[in-house]
Design a protein around this ligand. Structure first.
Ligand SMILES: C[S@@+](CC[C@H](N)C(=O)[O-])C[C@H]1O[C@@H](n2cnc3c(N)ncnc32)[C@H](O)[C@@H]1O
Length: 228
């Protein structure tokens, strides 16, 4: 039995053993067809009924995936749980778009953020820390709030010309990329009418994504020199 989310592609679902039961509990932004508590209860009841359940999620189940909440609910019900790690979309996107998130000489750290807080609460981040130009930011679920995120980063000192890459459906056949600067990312996203799922990578390392398209020494020699 496979209980899956909307980020699981048809190709992956197609790998399920023929005849296995597939249950869709997919969620969409602002619209939650199956509340989390119901998913937890469903997993518990299926397991108690003696079913072997695969809870299948996109990316890594413990990275902004609520896998921890489900595991806790199952453990509380006395049901054994095994977690199989996945490749989170930050890693998949970085590889697919050829963005070295911590390229030596350009970024000394990377931070993964949610761009959407519980019950649409205000984004309460350490904005000064996030504005550090040596830090690459990867924003999950940031589509609805990218204007606020970009505005706060700039207000706290991050350069408006910081490169940003937005990737829709990363690693899939219909992957779509949008390059912009922090100062105009929200306009660019609106103009391009991007739809979820979108991952944003913010930072100078985004410049290096052009490695995939042009010769190394034609892009940003200062970055390459800095890394040597
Ligand atoms: C609820 S989070 C789940 C993250 C997932 N557990 C992971 O490890 O990637 C959903 C967000 O992940 C990002 N995401 C997941 N898959 C993506 C993909 N293929 N392309 C772009 N963004 C993706 C988007 O920001 C999306 O709004």
């Amino acid at each position: 039995m496979v209980v899956y989310d909307r980020l699981v592609s048809d190709e992956i679902l197609g790998l399920a053993v023929p005849g296995v039961t597939l249950i869709d509990v997919g969620k969409r932004p602002q619209h939650h067809p199956v509340p989390q508590e119901e998913i937890n209860d469903l997993l518990v009841s299926l397991a108690r009924a003696g079913r072997q359940v695969v809870r299948l999620k996109g990316g890594d189940p413990l990275m902004f995936g609520r896998g921890g909440e489900e595991a806790i609910a199952l453990r509380a019900a006395g049901i054994p749980v095994e977690i199989v790690p996945g490749i989170t979309s930050a890693q998949g996107t970085a590889a697919a778009a050829m963005v070295p998130l911590t390229h030596r000489g350009i970024a000394t750290s990377v931070r993964y953020l949610t761009g959407h807080c519980r019950a649409d609460a205000e984004l309460d981040f350490d904005w000064d820390g996030l504005a550090d130009p040596d830090t690459t930011l990867v924003v999950y679920m940031g589509l609805a709030n990218i204007e606020e995120i970009a505005g706060k980063l700039i207000a706290h000192g991050r350069a408006a010309c910081t490169p940003v890459l937005a990737v829709v459906n990363a690693t899939r056949a219909d992957q779509r990329k949008l390059h912009a600067m922090l100062g105009d990312i929200s306009t660019a996203v609106a103009t391009a009418e991007l739809q979820s799922p979108v991952l944003f990578i913010i930072g100078e390392v985004v410049t290096l994504s052009k490695l995939a398209e042009v010769p190394l020494d034609a892009i940003c020699p200062q970055h390459i020199a800095a890394a040597e």
